[in-house]
Each structure stands twice: as structure tokens, then as C-alpha cells.
Design a protein around this ligand. Structure first.
Ligand code: NAD
Length: 433
């Protein structure tokens, strides 16, 4: 099939490469010319496992090319997938301007029947907005169909999720478009749910809101565990063995981040308000998470009273392992708060990007764990990176000014921390001393 993917971000790039892997002719369009040039050279613009070799293989075989010429790409394609960003506005409504702009561009390039797929996460009713834009731009109703096809991939496992996801949701009103969608996803061995566009649009928000709620719930349980000498890991294990609950998303920590949960939970509350439906549970989920991500600062203040002038080290900056994405990562909120209190920050993340350096130019970015913790009054683990499981705790404790460890991801065994010379250790519901 001839496929055009609009947007070469986390979702668009992964989708485009997955279609190219199955020998479709894929043109991936991005308005960012720097991205386009870099991708055409075989250099990934994001980190995801397996992405670089697949990109180079598909480029070599000419299954994919990147361009900023959307008109030509639309002309040449049968299927157009919109995978642009849909950020949240300060009032929690969804900014669909990138989807609107892409739809206007797409309508200008329609020269024969096309299926326009909305892959971006969009509020219910957006399929109609896109349809109306294309019609308003003079395209005949017979020459296109709009399909809602939200994406459920997880960063850090994006390629695998796209290729072998738990399910694919297709919200489609036309039999003709349905046939095209069936063909598009035939090579993907995944369960397909065919439904109407509003259901498809909503299922994405429902899914993210429920997962975020599980995280906030377990974090509140962890905070109680900390007070009563209970153990959150055992509690989560016990909970997860109940097949009605499942063990997924029951790991306590300093909260969720990333480009999806924070924005999609807010969006669902905002969408609900428009239809007179209060999402009180989701509202609380958001509030719990906002408090949880600052838990390390609360612990620090309990311990030191004053943080001004003290060096604090952070291990891990991205919102989770396996990605270079720092959008809404808990680390950003911790750094911001500590800087406001006058602390000096040293940090380490092997995925550290120019993006975070430009957000916080006045903190020290180190190349190793050992260098990071030097002379600090506390080390905070913010991301569950493999190398933190294996770090030399004894040597770290020795290098610090005060051997204090806040384990925001419950990675370190409490006994090991004690044995290694830490004088203070705090985990999220897993024991402290
Ligand atoms: P992103 O910001 O990484 O990428 C969006 C890309 O679209 C950017 O490269 C931007 O330059 C490009 N773009 C914007 N307008 C354009 C236009 N008119 N023409 C060409 N290119 C244009 O975003 P993302 O993380 O890939 O997310 C995309 C959508 O998928 C969002 O709606 C998001 O909620 C949803 N989603 C994201 C994830 C995730 O894990 N990142 C998972 C599932 C769904």
C-alpha cells in the first residue's frame, strides 16, 4: 500500500517504520526540516529499541522516505495517517490545531479516493471536525473517508507495541474505508476492535485515565505503608495476583509523567465537563500524582528544614527507562522546586538531551553516577534505569557529604542501603530508616 504518515514524532515515526517493515511504500512527512534531513540520513530523532536498524534497513530498501513536501506525499498515497501532537492547553482542553493544520494541508493534496486516519489522541468528535475541514476545502465526500484509529504504544517498547499490541481500535463509518483498514493491518497479529469513531476516540482516554488511576491509587497505598511499617511491594504482589486486578501498573513510586498520562487525564476531565459529566476519580488521580512527584522534596524538607545552598543529586531524568522523553517527567518538577529553594543540582541520565539542558541550563550534568553524587546532601533516584540496580552503594555513600538516599522507584534493598553506609534511606512504601 502507499501510505503517508504526517508527523515523524514518537508515534508517527514508529508507525511509518512498522508499515515500511511490511514492505509498504511509506512517505513520512514532518514540517521540521532538520528532523527530515536527519531521518533520511538514517539517524533516529528519538531513542527506541530497534528503531535505528529498522530505519536504516527500510531506507536502504527504499520502503520509506522522509519529506516536508506534504502535497506530493498526499498525491502519491492511498492512506494518510495523521500522527501530529495534541498538547493540553492551560485550561486542560486539547489543542487540536496541529490536527486541523494537517487536515487543511491534506485536503489540498487529494487527487483520488483516500482514507484519512486520525492516529493522534483527539477529543471525541474530532473525526467530524476533520471531515468538515476536508469538505470545506472543496473535496467531494466520495473522495475520502475519515477513520479514528488511536494508538496505544508505550514509549520504551514502542516498536514492539505497534507491531504486536494488545489490540487495534478502528472507528470507521464506511465499508470502503473498513476494507482498506483491514488490508493495512492484516500483517499485524493483533486483535482488532471495529467500532464507531466516537467510541474509538474515547477508548484511548479511558485507557490512559484508568492506568494513571491505578498508579495514583498504589502511590496513596504506599504513602500509608510508609506510616504503618507495611510493605508496598508485598501489598502490590498480593493485589496483582487477583486476576480481576492484574499486577500491571501497581508499582509505587514518585508518580507518572510522559507525554500521555498527564495530558490525557486532564483532557478527559475537560471533555467530560463539556458534556456535563464530572470525572471526580480522574481529577483526584491528577491531584495525587502532582503531590507524589514532589514527595522527595517533602522528605528532604522534613529532614533538613532548609535546602538552600545544599547540593542534591538526581539519578535519572526521563519519565521512564528505555526512552529519551522528558515530557512531564517527575524529575523536572523536583528540579524546579529544589532550584526555587536555592539548592544546587547535579544529575545523571545516559539519555540526557539538549532539550533538558535548555530547560535547566544552571544545573550540572554529569557523565557517571559516582561523579553526580559527589558532595551531595541527598541522592534521589527518579528513573528506574537498569544501571541503578547494579550501582556500588558503598562507594556512593562515601562520596556524598551526607549519605542520604531517596529511592523514588523502590530499586534498592533497604538492608543493602543500611549495610552500605547510608545514614538515611527513604523508599515509597517499602521501608525507611
Ligand atoms: P511528537 O510531538 O513527538 O510528534 C509530532 C510530530 O508532528 C512533530 O515531529 C511535529 O514536527 C510534527 N508535525 C506537527 N504538525 C505537522 C504538520 N502539519 N505537518 C507535518 N508534521 C507536523 O508527538 P507524539 O508523541 O508522536 O504524539 C503524537 C500523537 O500521538 C499525540 O496525539 C499523542 O497524544 C499520541 N500518542 C502518543 C504516544 C506516545 O507515547 N508518545 C502514545 C500514544 C498516542
Amino acid at each position: 500500500m502507499k501510505i503517508c504518515v504526517v508527523g515523524a514524532g514518537y508515534v508517527g515515526l514508529v508507525a511509518a517504520l512498522s508499515f515500511a517493515k511490511y514492505k509498504n511504500d511509506v512517505i513520512c512527512v514532518d514540517k521540521d526540516i532538520k528532523k527530515v534531513k536527519q531521518l533520511n540520513k538514517g539517524i533516529p530523532t528519538i531513542y527506541e529499541e530497534g528503531l535505528e536498524p529498522l530505519l536504516n534497513k527500510c531506507l536502504k530498501k527504499k520502503y520509506i522516505l522522509f519529506t516536508n513536501n506534504i502535497n506530493k506525499a498526499i498525491n502519491l498515497s492511498d492512506v494518510i495517517m495523521i500522527a501530529v501532537g495534541t498538547p493540553t492547553k492551560p485550561d486542560w482542553s486539547v489543542d487540536i490545531s496541529q490536527v486541523v493544520d494537517a487536515s487543511i494541508e491534506i485536503s489540498k493534496g487529494i487527487n483520488k479516493y483516500k482514507v484519512i486516519i486520525i492516529k493522534s489522541t483527539v477529543p471525541v468528535g474530532t473525526h467530524e471536525i476533520v471531515e468538515n475541514i476536508v469538505l470545506k476545502n472543496g473535496v467531494d465526500i466520495k473522495d475520502f473517508d475519515v477513520v479514528s484509529n488511536p494508538e496505544f504504544l508505550r514509549e520504551g517498547r514502542a516498536l514492539n507495541d505497534f507491531l504486536h499490541g494488545d489490540r487495534m481500535v478502528i472507528g470507521c463509518k464506511s465499508k470502503k474505508a473498513q476494507k482498506v483498514m483491514d488490508e493495512l493491518y492484516r500483517p499485524f497479529k493483533t486483535k482488532i476492535i471495529n467500532t464507531n469513531p466516537p467510541t474509538a476516540e474515547l477508548i484511548k482516554y479511558a485507557s490512559n485515565a484508568l492506568l494513571a488511576t491505578k498508579i495514583s491509587f498504589i502511590n496513596e497505598m504506599a504513602n500509608l505503608c510508609s506510616k504503618v511499617n507495611a510493605n508496598i511491594d508485598t501489598l502490590s504482589y498480593g493485589l496483582g495476583l487477583d486476576s480481576r486486578i492484574s499486577p500491571e501498573f501497581l508499582r509505587a513510586g514518585i508518580g507518572y509523567g510522559g507525554s500521555c498520562f498527564p495530558k490525557d487525564t486532564k483532557a478527559l476531565v475537560n471533555i467530560g465537563e463539556k458534556y456535563g459529566c464530572e470525572f471526580n476519580i480522574v481529577r483526584s488521580t491528577i491531584k495525587v500524582n502532582e503531590n507524589q512527584r514532589l514527595k522527595p522534596v517533602e522528605i528532604l524538607l522534613d529532614h533538613y528544614n532548609k535546602i538552600e545552598g545544599k547540593t542534591i543529586s538526581l539519578l535519572g531524568l526521563t519519565f521512564k527507562p528505555g526512552t529519551d522523553d522528558i515530557r512531564d517527567a517527575p524529575s523536572l518538577f523536583i528540579i524546579d522546586e529544589l532550584l526555587q529553594m536555592g539548592a544546587s543540582i547535579r544529575c545523571y541520565d545516559p539519555m540526557v538531551s539538549e532539550e533538558i539542558k535548555s530547560l535547566f541550563p544552571n544545573i550540572t550534568y554529569c557523565d557517571s553516577i559516582e561523579d553526580t553524587v559527589r558532595d551531595s546532601y541527598c541522592t534521589i533516584i527518579c528513573t528506574e534505569l537498569d544501571e541503578f540496580f547494579k550501582m556500588d552503594l558503598e562507594s556512593i555513600a562515601k562520596k556524598m557529604k551526607k549519605p542520604m538516599l531517596i529511592d523514588g522507584r523502590n530499586m534498592i534493598d533497604i538492608g543493602e542501603a543500611r549495610k552500605s553506609g547510608f545514614s538515611y534511606y527513604y523508599s515509597i512504601g517499602n521501608g525507611s530508616f
